[in-house]
Design a protein around this ligand. Structure first.
Ligand code: J2J
Length: 540
């Protein structure tokens, strides 16, 4: 691809040609879509949020105004813009305005704090930051100001709500712009990776690949203009945004309902009122919904499909969903890097309960390999490697990391341990990457350990994922502290001061006087994590 420079690793030319020929990659760019939708659907409702409904025509108008307003501020093609907004129509407007300009939104979840954002600013040098004034008790404006102070690149803060000295999002409105015209192969947005290292990783998705991702997912899920999607997880998550989620629903002329929080208290009444037909959750939230369902009698009869992904769904929980919520289940093994595996709507109960499905695209390539990179015998577990028409070839501006995160022939090393059943469906067995999956939120172990080691009372630190009946995994910090031992609350305060988000704080704390070591002299994390294993000297 022309114009990508060294920031992004392109697909090889023969595959570009193949993906275009197969019809996966079209000629459209994401920014043009609202215009086309408005022409077809006009006054039909596109999005409902806490402020009310937005029609397809109004959506296109808002996208136009915001695109021209951002352009007047100097935001242009190729610029990066941090977007940290809760689930609102404004989130969608902002993304499409940036798509239209050929600028790239960096999609950040509302729960993320300055430590993450600081790393992203260093990496991607965004020119603007779009936030809501306050959300769930947190004021985003001081954080935006601090970031702007630290990073010269960040010239504009745009606020949805009370803007103070900043640009008010509603006021961004200039004469309509001629299309500045990104091309289908250009980068549309940068998604966040769960990460395994101390520095953040960004996932560059093109207009063509992301449109395909959403369109093919919408077809697989049988979406139509009658579909009503509840965005319960954060809109900035790949699952919610495009699998098929918000983008897939709008592509089919359906309606998106935005929930500010994912618990049953807010979502059940929304499902009843808006006649929601499908939604997506992580297993920890499924658990919460099922508990609430034991006493809550809200009418959920419109719900036809519940997608579950992000972390392992246990078969007995999967089995309880149908009877409790009156809908079908679809398991999704997804990753923001690309590959999506889905169980199909007509799969047997057995497949839907016990597997994470199979790839979306006929051109998704999946290899399952051993530690030496050799294909394992059929049915054996190994690491999932993948490439295909919507899987990236490299992280953004990460040349060195890309050398290990991808094979020399372009397969993404997922770090997931899977096996393939004889029927082709994949089952996730575990993980070989250093990452904790806490209720679907990915925690980069190495990064948090670095922060823990920075505490003055800590000599050395290890972070472990331990099994948790609700979260799937919770995090346990194990420390070596020669002098006084910090308490968990002290540690939390310390880490919060360093700008960590709530889910990044250890759930529990233990101490040892020395590390148990493996045969090759590495810290034996398995032994540290095993409660029934031999007690580690000095453990508490
Ligand atoms: C076990 N582990 C899973 C599953 C993801 C749809 C759904 C999820 C994500 C997502 C996504 C899993 N069972 N069903 O982007 O579009 C773990 C794996 C994977 C990692 C990716 C989507 N589904 N996982 O979770 O980028 O370890 O994407 O590699 O946040 O989540 O995390 P993320």
């Amino acid at each position: 691809q022309v114009g990508w420079g060294a920031d992004v690793v392109p697909w090889p030319a023969d595959l570009v040609e193949r993906y275009e020929r197969q019809g996966y990659w079209g000629r459209e760019t994401l920014g043009e879509l609202p215009r086309r939708w408005a022409a077809v659907h006009g006054d039909r409702c596109a999005i409902v949020d806490h402020r009310g409904p937005t029609s397809y025509a109004a959506l296109d108008g808002r996208v136009d105004r915001m695109a021209s307003g951002l352009h007047a501020l100097g935001v242009g093609p190729g610029d990066r813009v941090l977007v940290q907004l809760p689930n609102t129509a404004t989130f969608v407007v902002t993304c499409f305005a940036l798509f239209r300009l050929g600028a790239m939104p960096i999609l950040v979840m509302p729960a993320q704090r300055i430590n993450d954002l600081d790393g992203l600013c260093k990496l991607a040098e965004p020119v603007a930051f779009v936030v809501q004034d306050r959300f769930l008790g947190f004021d985003y404006r001081p954080m935006a100001e601090e970031l702007a102070k630290r990073h010269g690149s960040l010239r504009h803060v745009v606020v949805d709500g009370e803007a103070g000295p900043h640009h008010r999002l509603e006021d961004l409105d200039d004469p309509p712009l001629r299309n500045t015209g990104p091309r289908p192969g250009d980068i549309a947005c940068l998604l966040l990776s769960g990460g395994t290292t101390g520095t953040p990783k960004l996932i560059p998705r093109t207009h063509a690949d992301y449109a395909y991702n959403a369109r093919a997912s919408a077809a697989l899920c049988g979406l139509s203009a009658e579909s009503v999607y509840l965005a319960a997880l954060p809109a900035a998550h790949n699952f919610t945004f495009a699998c098929p989620g918000i983008l897939g629903t709008l592509l089919r002329g359906g309606r998106v309902v935005m929930a500010r929080t994912p618990g049953g208290d807010e979502t059940f009444p929304l499902i009843a009122r808006e006649k929601v037909t499908f939604t997506a959750l992580v297993p920890a939230l499924v658990d919460l919904w099922l508990r609430q369902r034991e006493w809550d009698t809200t009418d959920l009869s419109s719900l036809q499909l519940l997608q579950v992904g992000g972390a392992r769904l246990m078969p007995d929980m999967a089995r309880r969903i149908g009877p409790a919520l009156g809908c079908r289940v679809q398991q999704v093994l997804g990753m923001a890097e690309g590959l999506l595996c889905y169980t199909r709507l007509d799969d047997s109960e057995e497949v839907v309960i016990n597997t994470q499905g199979r790839p979306l695209s006929p051109d998704d390539e999946v290899r399952i390999v051993d530690a030496a990179g050799r294909d394992v015998p059929p049915g054996e577990p190994g690491e999932l490697l993948t490439r295909g028409p919507y899987t990236i070839r490299g992280y953004y501006r990460a040349e060195r990391h890309n050398r290990t995160a991808f094979t020399s022939d372009g397969f993404y090393r997922s770090g997931d341990l899977v096996r393939r059943r004889a029927d082709g469906n994949l089952v996730v067995e575990g993980r070989i990457k250093e990452q904790i999956n806490r209720a679907g939120e990915k925690i980069a172990v190495a990064e948090i350990e670095e922060h823990l080691r920075a505490h003055p009372a800590v000599d050395d630190a290890v972070l472990l994922g331990v099994p948790d009946p609700i979260l799937g995994e919770r995090s346990r910090a194990v420390l070596i502290a020669g002098g006084s031992r910090p308490e968990l609350a002290d540690l939390h305060a310390f880490l919060r001061d360093r700008g960590l988000a709530r889910h990044q704080l250890p759930d529990e704390l233990g101490f040892v006087s020395s590390w148990p070591l493996t045969a090759v002299g590495k810290i034996d994390k398995k032994r540290l994590a095993d409660p029934s294993g031999p007690r580690v000297a000095g453990a508490s």
